[in-house]
Structures are given as C-alpha cells and as structure tokens.
Design a protein around this ligand. Structure first.
Ligand SMILES: [Zn+2]
Length: 284
C-alpha cells in the first residue's frame, strides 16, 4: 500500500519452509471454514465464512476494521507477486518469507494472507501449506496484482472492466495450488478501488477488505520504525496490513516478533479477518 505499492507489486510470498511446520501448528484443531465457493452465489452460505451484506444495488461491501469494543486485532499479510515478475523470480529474487510464517506459527498468531494467483503459481507448495493450515486463512489479492483504478502507485492497470476476471483467475490458481477453501475476501491491489470496481464484483459474494493500520513495512529498513507505527496505530478491532516478501519487506519477521508480545501485554488477542467480520455482523 501507500508509497510501497508501486514496487510492492512484486512483494509477498510465503516460504518454502511452510510445509515443514504444518503439523506443529497450534491451531490444528480449529475447524476450517466450510467452502466459500466465491462466485458461486451472491448469498453467503449459512455455514460458510462470514461476509458483509452487499450495499445498495448489490454493491460489493468493503470492510476496514472490526468493532471498536473488543481488544482483537487482525494481522494481514499481502503475498504480492505481479504477473510480469516471473523473470525476477527465475533469477533468484524471493517473493516469499518462510521465516515470517515460521514466526507466526511459533508465536501462535492466526493470520490472514491475501495471496495473488501469480504468487500461488510460483510457490504452490507454500500456498498449499498455508491453505491447509487452520492457523491461516488464504484470501484473494487478484491474479496479476494489477490495479482496478488508474494512478495506483504506479501499478499496471486492469481497470474495473478487468478486475472480475482477474479475481476469478486468482481463485483458480489458489485452488490449483491446493488452497482448499480460499476465503470470499478480496483485497484490491494497492488498496485502490472506486464504485465502478466495486460494482464489477457485484454478485461474486466477496467482501473487499481494506485496513485501518498501515504498518509501513514495505521497503522499510528500520524495523523499530515499523514497530512504532503499528503500535501507535492499533486500536480494538484493527486490521493491520503487512507484507511477506523478503526482498521487498525485509523487516517484517522482526517486526512481528516484537509487536506480538507487546500487543498481548496490552491485552490484545490476535484473530483472523473472518472473526472480525463475524463480530461486525453480530453487532458486537
Ligand atoms: Zn499487494
């Protein structure tokens, strides 16, 4: 997001180490959500993940944070890889961050990963490991990481007319990689959207997920500054946006290892986005 997005287009990727940690995940007993089948219906399944109700005219709803009444916070990690970055990956650039994922597991922090389809194509084993781990939920960050609007931090653009096909292509890639139940949540590349883009997704059943806390981890080199920005920004119900690519967000693992114990000391509980949306729907 913000200034980062232009280059962060390339960002995130989780790690090859994921599969190895899978069986040790502390949340292994948690029930995995029922299949979301995004795109299958405009109506949320009574047994599926919680989604927000559409707006007037069926407009795709946008979620930014949960109720301000409970000390819950959702850490979200964008697994960015842009459709044209294959050559960079082939030449050795790592868009994943296994150390970060291992840290989340060892700290027992549930998290939501917004994954591009291109990332899942590049790192299918890692995508599958995340997508079969109850400690994580995997959501849609488009296939190409191209923007739905013009002037979005320099990202290439698919525009509102192309965004729906890009979202559907991402779900195809996530499932092909082995993500069992990708969530019906979509984060616009760069966080850039307008009413036309929201209308383009009407009827798909997805909830657009933004954030209220920008961590500033993208291209940061000073972990302490990112830590301060997160701790200064978090309020009850917050959604924090971070990234999981070593090449473009090298401090994130260190930030997580610092921020998590401090927020717990303050009384916060870490939850996935689905839990915050569920709290919102319940009016808590
Ligand atoms: Zn992104």
């Amino acid at each position: 997001m913000i200034a980062s997005v232009r280059r962060i287009a390339a960002v995130c990727a989780l790690g090859a180490a994921l599969a190895a940690c899978q069986s040790a995940d502390p949340h292994a007993k948690a029930a995995h959500p029922a299949p979301a089948r995004p795109g299958a219906s405009a109506s949320p399944s009574p047994t599926g993940p919680p989604v927000l109700a559409p707006g007037p005219g069926g407009l795709t709803p946008v979620f930014e944070h949960g109720p301000r009444t409970a000390k819950t916070v959702a850490l979200t990690f964008d697994a960015d890889m842009t459709a044209d970055e294959g050559p960079r990956a082939a030449s050795g650039e790592r868009f994943d961050n296994p150390g970060l994922i291992s840290a989340l597991r060892s700290l027992k922090v549930p998290a939501t990963v917004f994954m591009t389809g291109r990332w899942a194509d590049e790192y299918p084993a890692e995508a599958r490991a995340l997508g079969t781990d109850p400690g994580f939920e995997v959501a849609n960050h488009s296939y190409s990481h191209y923007a739905a609007t013009a002037d979005c931090y320099g990202l290439p653009t698919v525009g509102a007319d192309g965004i729906r096909a890009d979202v559907e292509r991402a779900y195809t890639s996530l499932r092909k990689a082995g993500v069992r139940n990708p969530m019906p949540y979509f984060r616009f590349p760069g966080g850039c959207y307008d009413d036309k883009a929201l209308r383009a997704l009407n009827g798909t059943g997805v909830t657009a997920v933004q954030w209220d806390v920008v961590s500033g981890d993208a291209f940061a080199t000073d972990a302490d500054a990112v830590v301060r920005q997160v701790l200064d920004g978090v309020k009850p119900g917050s959604v924090v946006v971070m990234h999981c690519t070593r090449s473009a967000a090298p401090t994130t693992e260190q930030v997580v290892r610092t921020v998590v114990p401090e927020l717990r000391r303050q009384g916060y509980r870490f939850v996935k986005v689905s839990e915050l949306i569920g709290q919102s729907r319940a009016g808590r």
